[in-house]
Each structure stands twice: as structure tokens, then as C-alpha cells.
Design a protein around this ligand. Structure first.
Ligand code: MGD
Ligand code: MGD
Ligand code: SF4
Ligand code: MO
Length: 714
């Protein structure tokens, strides 16, 4: 591909601009100040957004790196030579590109039916684009097959929260509530690397004498601020949480009044946790029974308390159950819906929250409505100006879309805002699926690894160039202005979708002249839904620096704390306790694969690395993935200094640089997933899915470790 000129030249002549970091769900505000440096701009933390405590992490400070990168796509590109790493591309006009794509879509749909075309979305997009993409799939393509990368991210947490509370808003509190908590449990969440600007809230709680407990198979940067660290083998959270519940119930430490007035299901929970005495849990997990009692008593007896979880416990075939086990602890102790108390699976992507509310998910319509609910269908159909019968039904989950390609049911895919070849489990199978497509269109800033199999690459905007709203980890909806113009021929996503809809003969449903016009329709579509945005407007969002949903009327102040006074979102107002029987992961260890592979993140990279591997300052800090193993594991495989490490799972074998550290559980190996090609750990991960959430088991599979006796490459 030709080298493209830097996008920085597209910036207007302002001296100071405002935006938000495009990476994690904190969505820190940034100020861009004109500077005499390579990029022409300096990034500073903005004092105008109330969330980020005046700081930015390394990714935020370097957030311009990818946006002004010379590899930005500046024109639509048509593949002119066979796919794979050697693909060759030719630039085209938008008109030629969209005409060709539309006529191929129409030919495929004429031959195989509307559902032969699928859409794969993302959680980094604005609410407006997420909403429009869901509408585009159902109204322009008339396909049921749409899902998005949030399936790999928040789906287990969402399923658990919907079951327990009747609503799924990441944190059901505002961050500013955290310092009021006296006992904080962090399970499978590495906040210090993944939401670094949230750490000051925890430190403030600590200053007010809060106890912090981390539960993780690694002693992470986050566990450095903990009073107690539970070094748990991956896959054992339900066992451990059942031990805590056993003590709380046995010693009568629960809030009987809250449980009686605001929940269902205690008797079944009592029965389920009966076998999980501290002695038994200690036997299963190696965690001393005194520690189990200390944490159970400490949390239950504290005046206030919070539990936060994340992908560590959720990306498992038992992820919904692990989450419910921790939710149970908040419910039985009455630690929810009051100041200083609450539960929260910490949302990951920039708009991981909004991304799961407005219809990108296979079973969903805007406002967190369900596509199979007749009243939801008629409401949304009336906003869209179509008949409810015209709306397709429920499709399948993200990973299952690739199965449908293998089966020949799906022939085309449009990917907008994801790099699934790097981020999907068992990714060799995903690559095989992508090669079978008759049409793959990627709408992105870059020619990603996934793009190697595309027929068309369409150049999109970066976060700097796209106005819109996003919903952060708290459920706070805020407005992000447009700071830069799109470079070259690149276009904002909403314009690309609108133009393609027009070529498909459905343009009248997508004739939006601004993101605000889309937001105004989204408000109507969400009205009366669980995630109700109808009382918000761009003017209010700008003036109030964000509003928390639900916000059902123009004079509603928004809802920073949900479930206030124990009123939950189920029709009867009560929360549901769930009796959990801990189950094994899909793959357990055996003599052939005696260790556990778990995967996750580093502070300096983001997801598939499409953006951060293009940011020199970040790549320099972590140029390649390094596998972490415990000294006992190193001893067992006779690892010597300078050796590399071969990891073999039932999917394949890869060689990594290795770091020996006592900070990881002796049974486990950790590898970050931010790289493609021979560095992509997802070539080895297990694609077993949770039966309900359809979340892949990224966090646990069985692996063999072997030393490779050659010096690590420079
Ligand atoms: N720097 C950086 N920040 C990010 C991202 C990024 O890629 N890079 N991604 C963003 C996104 S989309 C997301 S979803 C979030 C993810 O944020 P996190 O979920 O916090 O990140 P992970 O590293 O995937 O996993 C968290 C921890 O779970 C632990 N773990 C693994 N298995 C288990 C288990 O069975 N039980 C328990 N208790 N712990 C376990 C891992 O050791 C790891 O420390 O981060 C967001 N922020
Ligand atoms: N092994 C393992 N795998 C995992 C995980 C794990 O913990 N372990 N975590 C999973 C999780 S939680 C997640 S969220 C997924 C995410 O994984 P991916 O979906 O692959 O996420 P990204 O790397 O952010 O890819 C986003 C793509 O969209 C592009 N992009 C960014 N902004 C925009 C925009 O505004 N418009 C358009 N058109 N494009 C844009 C970027 O350039 C990038 O190519 O990975 C999952 N995969
Ligand atoms: S990555 Fe997250 S914590 Fe870091 S600056 Fe960006 S939004 Fe803030
Ligand atoms: Mo995520």
C-alpha cells in the first residue's frame, strides 16, 4: 500500500481544541494545544470533564500517535490481488466503491437471501454510530446477522446484571461515590493498567480507611494498592465467592431486612453454598481458611462496600455465574443502592456501555430493548417508519457469525470498528471463515490484520474527527466535539453508512445531516426503554458535562446511583439472588497440557493493537508480547536464562519471550493479546462459549510449556 501523507495537516487553525481519549471507558477529557513538535499538537488532561481527576495515562498522553499516522487510509481501496499479507490495493472514488459494494450486496442477497450479508460492529464507536449501524443492518440490509466486539467484552456481565437486577449499567454508581466505600473487592479487574485514572478514587477511599481486596491469579499493579491479595487460580471465582457467602450466612452477618424486603432466592443460595466451608474452599483453592473468614467478615460488617469485577472473571464459560456469585454478596449484605455501596463490572471500551444499548447486539433494539419483544418492535419500527414485520428477528453472537460463514449461510460481512482476526478466540478458524467470504468490507482508519482478507477498505474518521456522544463506565452520557477534519477522502462513519444506504435504495431512512440529528432519533427510539436517553439533548449534555441514564424527560436530572433504596428494575422491584453451583472451565489441565493459559492486557497497549502498535512511544515500551510464568513452572520445564517459551494448546503452538515472576499463580501462564500474526495468542485460545452470554473463554485453557533453547531475538 502506498505511503500516505500525515493526517495532521487536516487540522484547522485553532490554538486549543477539546476532545476525549479514545481508549478506555474512563473517557478522560483531553485538551489539544498547538505546539512546535512533530505532531503540531500537545495533549494535556482537560479540567473540563469531571471524571478523570485531572490526569491522563500513557495511552491518553500519546493518543494522537495513531490519529495522525502516515498509514491512515485516505481513500477507498479495492483489493486487486489475492488476499493475505501480500494483498495489493488500488485507490478508488467513493462513488465507485459504494456502487460496487452495493451491487455486490444486492447480487448476494438476490441469490442467497437478505441474511447472507452480516455486520460486525464495535464498542469504540459513538452512540450515534452504534445506533445507526443497528438500524443499517435491520433497515438497509434487512439482515438479522449483526453483532459486535462487545460480545467478547461485556456480554457475561450484562447477562448477570440483567438477571440479578433487571438492568445492566456498568457501574450502578458514579465514581465519586467510591471514596465513601469502606470495603472494596476487586475481582479479575486490573484497574491500574486498564482504567488508570480510576485509581485516585480508590486511593481516596483508602485514605478514608477503606480496606481493598484484589482477587487475581497475578499480583498486578492494582494489587499493589490492596490490603489483601487473593492469589486465585483462574476459573475458581465461584468457589471462592461461595466460601465468602458460606461464612456470611453461617455467621448471620447478612442484612436480613434488606434481603427480605428487596430480594428473592436466599434459601436456594444458602443450600448451594452449604458445601463451601472455608476448610473446603481452602482445600480447592489453596487460600488459607482464615483469609476467607477475614474477607467475608470484613465485607459483611463494613458499614458500606463495593465489588468491582471485569473480564478476569467474565471471559469464561462460567463467567455469568462468577459474576452472579459476587453480585449475591452485595445483595445479601445490602451493599447496593445507597451511598458508598454498589456493584460494577467495569466496562472496557470507550463506548462499551453505549455500544451495548442501541442495537448492535444480535438480540437487541435501541434503548436496551429486546428484538423479540413485540412491543419493543412496534415502538422502534414506528420511530424508523417501517412496519414491525419488516424488522428481522434475532441473529447469532459475534463468534457464531464465523460459524455461519463456514456453513455457507453468510456470504458477506461489513466490519466497522473491530479487528476480529486478532481479537477473536481460535483465530485460525476465523481466518478460514474470512477467506470464504464473497465480500468483506472493512470500515477503519487502517489496513488491519483483518483487512488482509477484505475486498474493500473504506477510510473512516478517528475519534478526533467524529462528533458524537459516548457513555462512559459510569453510565454517564457526554458529548465529544469534532476537533479535526477527516484527512484525505476519509469520511465519518455515519456518512459512509448513509451513502451506502442510498446506493442500496434505502437512503431516505438515513438522511441525517449531523450526528445530532441521529441522536435526536436515538432519543425517541430509546424512550421508555431501560437505557432511556429521551430526556437528553446535545445542549443539555454540553451544559451539564454529561447525564447519567435513565433520563426519561427534559427536566430529569439523570440517575447517578441506580437501585436507590433497594428498588430494582425487575417488574416486582426486587433483585434476584442466584444459587450457583461452581463448574469447571471448558478445558481442564491433564498430563499433556498441564498448565493454564490466561490472557489479558498491558498498560501501554489497547486491544488488538491496531492503534497502539502504530504509536511509537507505546510500542517502544512493549514491542512484543512476553509470557509470564512462575519460578516453579520455570523449574519444571528446566527453563534457562535466554530461553524462549513454546506454548502449545489444542489449537496450535507459538513461541514467546518469557518473564519468570513470583507474581503469577504457579499453575498459570499469562500472555497479552495485543499483537497479530505469529505473536497472536488468540491462535491458541479456546473458543468454547458461555451457554447464555456466548462469551468466549479467553481467560482459561489448558496449555503445555516447553523451553526453546535459543537466545531471544534482539
Ligand atoms: N491498557 C489497556 N487498558 C484497557 C484495555 C486495553 O486493551 N489496554 N482494554 C479495555 C477493555 S475493552 C476492557 S474489556 C478492559 C479490561 O480490563 P480488565 O478485565 O481489568 O483486563 P484483563 O487484563 O483482561 O483482565 C483483568 C485481570 O483478570 C485476571 N484474571 C484472569 N483470569 C482470572 C480469573 O479466573 N479470576 C480472576 N479473579 N482474575 C482473573 C488477569 O490476571 C488480569 O489481571 O480494559 C480496558 N482498558
Ligand atoms: N485473548 C483475548 N482476546 C480478547 C480479549 C482478551 O482479554 N483476551 N478481550 C476481548 C475484548 S474485552 C474486546 S473489547 C475485544 C476488542 O477487540 P477489537 O474489536 O479487535 O478492538 P480494537 O483493537 O479496538 O479494534 C477496533 C478497530 O476499529 C478501528 N476504529 C477505532 N475507532 C474507530 C471509529 O471511530 N470508526 C471506525 N470505523 N473504526 C474505528 C481501529 O482502528 C481498530 O482497527 O477483544 C477481545 N479479545
Ligand atoms: S486510556 Fe483510559 S485512563 Fe488512559 S487517558 Fe485514555 S481514557 Fe483516560
Ligand atoms: Mo473489552
Amino acid at each position: 500500500m502506498a505511503i500516505l501523507s500525515p493526517a495532521a495537516s487536516a487540522a484547522p487553525q485553532a490554538e486549543r481544541l477539546h476532545s476525549h481519549c479514545c481508549y478506555c471507558s474512563m473517557q478522560c477529557g483531553i485538551d489539544l494545544i498547538r505546539a512546535d513538535n512533530d505532531l503540531g499538537w500537545e495533549v494535556k488532561p482537560s479540567q473540563h470533564f469531571p471524571v478523570a481527576t485531572g490526569r491522563l495515562c500513557q495511552k491518553g498522553l500519546n493518543v494522537l500517535g495513531h490519529a495522525v499516522h502516515s498509514e491512515r487510509l485516505l481513500a477507498p481501496m479495492r483489493r486487486v490481488a489475492p488476499g493475505g499479507a501480500d494483498s495489493a490495493w488500488a485507490a478508488a472514488s467513493w462513488d465507485d466503491a459504494l456502487s460496487d459494494i452495493a451491487s455486490r450486496i444486492q447480487a448476494i442477497q438476490a441469490q442467497y437471501g437478505n441474511d447472507a450479508v452480516s455486520v460486525f460492529g464495535g464498542g469504540s464507536l459513538t452512540n450515534e454510530v452504534c445506533y445507526l449501524l443497528g438500524k443499517f443492518a435491520r433497515v438497509a440490509l434487512r439482515t438479522k446477522f449483526i453483532d459486535y466486539n462487545g460480545r467478547y467484552c461485556m456480554s457475561s456481565a450484562a447477562a448477570a446484571q440483567n438477571r440479578a437486577f433487571g438492568a445492566d449499567r456498568g457501574l450502578n454508581i458514579a465514581l465519586e461515590d467510591i471514596p465513601k466505600a469502606k470495603y472494596i473487592i476487586l475481582a479479575g479487574t486490573n484497574i491500574a493498567e486498564c482504567q488508570p485514572t480510576m485509581i485516585p478514587y480508590l486511593l481516596e477511599a483508602k485514605k478514608q480507611n477503606a480496606i481493598i481486596v484484589t482477587i487475581d491469579p497475578r499480583r498486578t499493579m492494582t494489587s499493589k494498592i490492596a490490603d489483601i491479595h487473593i492469589n486465585l487460580q483462574p476459573g475458581f471465582d465461584s468457589v471462592f465467592a461461595s466460601g465468602l457467602m458460606h461464612v456470611i450466612l453461617e455467621e448471620g452477618l447478612y442484612d436480613a431486612k434488606f434481603v427480605e424486603q428487596h430480594t428473592h432466592g436466599l434459601a436456594d443460595v444458602r443450600e448451594a453454598v452449604r458445601p463451601f466451608s472455608p476448610e473446603n474452599v481452602s482445600h480447592y483453592t489453596g487460600i488459607p481458611k482464615e483469609v476467607i473468614r477475614t474477607v467475608a467478615r470484613g465485607f459483611a460488617q463494613a458499614e458500606t462496600g463495593m465489588i468491582f469485577t471485569a473480564r478476569g472473571i467474565e471471559q469464561q464459560v462460567n463467567g455469568v455465574e462468577h459474576t452472579l456469585s459476587y453480585i449475591n454478596l452485595c445483595l445479601v449484605t445490602g451493599k447496593i443502592g445507597k451511598p458508598g455501596s454498589g456493584f460494577g463490572p467495569i466496562t472496557g471500551q470507550a463506548n462499551g456501555q453505549g455500544g451495548r444499548e442501541h442495537g448492535q447486539k444480535a438480540d437487541q433494539l435501541p434503548g436496551y430493548r429486546l428484538i423479540e419483544d413485540p412491543s419493543a418492535r412496534s415502538h422502534v419500527a414506528s420511530v424508523w417508519g417501517i412496519a414491525p414485520e419488516e424488522l428481522p428477528g434475532k441473529g447469532v453472537s459475534a463468534y457464531e457469525l464465523y460459524g455461519k460463514i463456514h456453513d455457507g449461510e453468510i456470504k458477506a460481512m461489513i466490519v466497522l470498528g473491530s479487528n476480529p482476526l486478532v481479537s477473536s478466540p481460535n483465530s485460525a478458524w476465523v481466518a478460514e471463515a474470512l477467506q470464504k467470504l464473497e465480500l468483506l468490507v472493512i470500515i477503519d482508519m487502517f489496513a488491519t490484520e483483518t483487512a488482509e482478507y477484505a475486498h474493500w477498505l473504506l477510510p473512516s474518521s478517528s475519534f478526533l474527527e467524529a462528533e458524537g456522544t459516548l457513555t462512559n463506565l459510569e453510565g454517564r452520557v457526554f458529548h465529544r466535539p469534532k476537533a479535526f477534519q477527516t484527512p484525505g477522502d476519509a469520511l465519518e462513519d455515519y456518512l459512509i453508512l448513509g451513502k451506502l444506504a442510498e446506493k442500496l435504495g434505502r437512503g431516505s431512512y438515513f438522511a441525517f445531516d449531523s450526528p445530532e440529528a441521529i441522536f435526536d432519533e436515538l432519543r425517541l427510539a430509546s424512550a421508555g426503554g431501560i437505557a432511556d436517553y429521551s430526556g437528553m439533548s446535545y445542549a443539555r449534555l454540553k451544559e451539564m458535562k454529561g447525564l447519567f441514564w435513565p433520563c426519561p424527560s427534559p427536566d430529569h436530572p439523570g440517575t447517578p446511583r441506580m437501585f436507590e433504596n433497594g428498588v430494582f428494575s425487575h417488574p416486582d422491584g426486587r433483585a434476584k439472588l442466584h444459587a450457583i453451583t461452581p463448574m469447571k472451565p471448558a478445558e481442564t489441565t491433564d498430563p499433556e497440557y498441564p498448565f493454564i493459559l490466561t490472557t489479558g492486557r498491558l498498560g501501554n497497549h489497547y486491544l488488538s493493537g491496531a492503534q497502539t502498535r502504530r504509536t511509537a512511544a507505546l510500542l517502544k515500551k512493549a514491542p512484543v508480547p512476553v509470557a509470564e510464568i512462575h519460578p516453579h513452572a520455570a523449574e519444571q520445564i528446566l527453563l534457562r536464562p535466554g530461553d524462549r517459551l513454546r506454548l502449545t494448546t489444542r489449537r496450535g503452538s507459538l513461541i514467546f519471550d518469557v518473564k519468570v515472576t513470583p507474581d503469577i499463580h504457579p499453575t498459570s501462564v499469562f500472555v497479552p493479546f495485543h499483537w497479530g500474526g505469529e505473536h497472536s495468542i488468540n491462535l491458541l485460545t479456546n473458543d468454547a462459549l458461555h451457554p447464555i452470554s456466548r462469551m468466549p473463554e479467553f481467560k482459561v485453557c489448558a496449555v503445555r510449556l516447553e523451553r526453546v533453547g535459543q537466545p531471544s531475538s534482539p
